[in-house]
Write a protein that binds this ligand. Sequence first.
Ligand code: IMP
Length: 179
Amino acid sequence: MPGSEQNEHHLEVLIDEERLQARLQELGAQIREEYGNVPITAIGVLKGSFLFMADLVRAIGGPVRCEFLGVSSYQGGTRSTGVVRITHDLRQPVEGQHCLLVEDIVDTGLTMDYLLRMLQVRNPASLKVATLLDKPSNREVEVQTDYVGFTIPDEFVVGFGLDLNELYRNLPHISVYTP
Ligand code: IMP
């Protein structure tokens, strides 16, 4: 039977599709309002942000460039190792551009901290952060979060781009995963 190789676990919806989509529209409108008609370079952090990025750039509307950074911070499992590996770099220089880093979740903050330092030295005109989820209770380093979709408790979540060992990214909602 498909999936029978998985251990027993429990998934419980934390943020359903309707709430998620409503918040994305709100965030997009807020971002466009704050930037005016200025072109925004949205930088999606792969793989986790691919669905959020797709919906957010459409909700922002107006002039938007889409760039991607490939990052691997977990070697599988549910704990951050603090080791950030760049698996795909930006294709274009971002010097002088208004950059918006688009992340799925800020947990310990280690990944975001690393990425912000890495982008700052490329001299963008501005650099802001949009994250779908924020788990502030698990923070190890203070990081800037300009636009937050939802603040969530310290639970391991999957869905809408977030995975556990590469599964569940395609769920249209956010669920808490309990082994
Ligand atoms: P941080 O470096 O601890 O802030 O972790 C950031 C990255 O860890 C995110 O981009 C996710 O890929 C992953 N991550 C953190 N918490 C979760 C979670 O609850 N579910 C799935 N991935 C997570």
